[in-house]
Design a protein around this ligand. Structure first.
Ligand code: FES
Length: 56
């Protein structure tokens, strides 16, 4: 599912970035460019990051 429409980024890409070592929104943004335009996806992105971190 698309989380960030501006950049066309999916939840899977975000989970992968966290699995690859990103631990916060800033790092995921740096890696993928998510939440770098309108910013509306920031909250959902943060939720996915938290969820993924709590699973590992
Ligand atoms: Fe992600 Fe706009 S939807 S920056």
């Amino acid at each position: 599912m698309y989380v960030c429409l501006c950049k066309g980024i999916t939840d899977t890409q975000i989970t992968d970035a966290v699995a690859g070592g990103a631990t916060n929104l800033r790092q995921v943004r740096k890696a993928l460019g998510v939440a770098s335009q309108c910013g509306k996806c920031g909250v959902l992105t943060q939720e996915i990051i938290n969820e993924t971190l709590s699973m590992h």
